[in-house]
Ligand binder design. Sequence first.
Ligand code: CAO
Length: 423
Amino acid sequence: MKALDGIKVLDFTHVQSGPTCTQLLAWFGADVIKVERPGVGDATRKQLVDVPGADSLYFTMLNHNKRSIELNSKNETGKEVLTKLIQTCDVLVENFAPGALDRMGFSWERIQEINPRIILASIKGFGPGKYEDCKVYENVAQCAGGSASTTGFRDGPPLVTGAQIGDSGTGLHLCLGIVTALYQREKSGRGQKVTAAMQDGVLNLSRVKLRDQQRLDAGPLKEYSQFGEGVPFGDATPRAGNDSGGGQPGRILKCKGWETDPNAYTYFICQAAIWEKICDVIGEPDWKTKEGYATPPERLDKLNEIFARIEEWTMTKTKFEVMDTCNPHDIPVGPILSTKELIEDEGLRATGTIVDVDHPERGRYTSVGCPIKLSDSPVEVERSPLLGEHTIEILSEVLGYTGEDLARVVDSGAVGAAKQAAE
Ligand code: CAO
């Protein structure tokens, strides 16, 4: 038994943000039916192709455990099938450009008429307002949501991060909205509209930077290295490099081998509670009691000096040796792990967070499994569907088309290559 057993999701999503959300729903046990344009499908199937003729990793890694139906939602018979899907499903998830669903003839009002219990969940780039009609991709959201202006070094340009906080981050937000709406429906009996704007999702994840924006009114941000360097603050939260910027100062420091290995670094946190242990480990026992070093507020204008001394020590060790030495003392450190190291990580494989998946077109590939673990709803990662692989199965088993009626739909051309599949 899975947590979302019995929940049917009409998955009208594409690219990354929406598919991240529906993949999670599928992993929690929902029957996710991905609707794709006949002969074309989700654009990512053919983006960043590494195995000619096979669905790309971009697609396969975002669409596990789903079924695919090819359906032209602008064709009359296609609209009939879509209407039946809306009648049958509990949730419709979409991340089309603004207005696309309305242009297909499926406004929220129409969807509610068809099925008052359905939850319509949408991702858009921006919420209501002057940018509501804009198409948006990941990095636009990172820039518009406060992440880019606060990422990078003070003397460099704004930076985007590798973590897809705009797309996958918003997918996560939407997923939470959907399960919450399903929970409310238990009591109200009604569906509702759930929206998550990518700008809002990034802003939510950048919350601490808005905290710092307001703290600026009370004076300089003493936890930022800029303070110790005597550089005045402007009127907005600055980029702070690798400073933690929070209550426990931290930095990325070089480890043994940094000259040739771009990832021979560790994150090192000077947690106040274990300051004395840090002093012992790095060979500065006098700092435990020395004036200007003994308490956290005293240290704030000396962070560059303190981290330079700690780095002298970390540079004598590999990032894993730093971890092994610091962990027994409860000193919070973290090796900078490369994607290669992560994909080979035995621990992540043991928990199912890194999995190998077999695929008929591309063979075996590695993917990221479900990062959320439910003790009563285990996840088995299954390969993504081929384009239209389940068209006939969905028409007949889910929607009940049989005999001449099924032949009529298949012959109409609304469901792509289903004809060949049926034969
Ligand atoms: N049958 C018939 N038509 C279909 C269809 C189907 N099964 N599926 C999609 N279409 C049509 C849509 O109706 C739309 O047609 P109209 O423009 O005539 O209304 C058309 O395909 C294109 O859809 P789109 O505008 O959503 O796609 P795009 O590639 O032009 O834009 C994107 C992509 C991501 C920029 C846009 O969808 C968007 O802004 N989405 C919201 C924000 C978002 O999720 N961004 C993150 C994407 S991941 O980086």
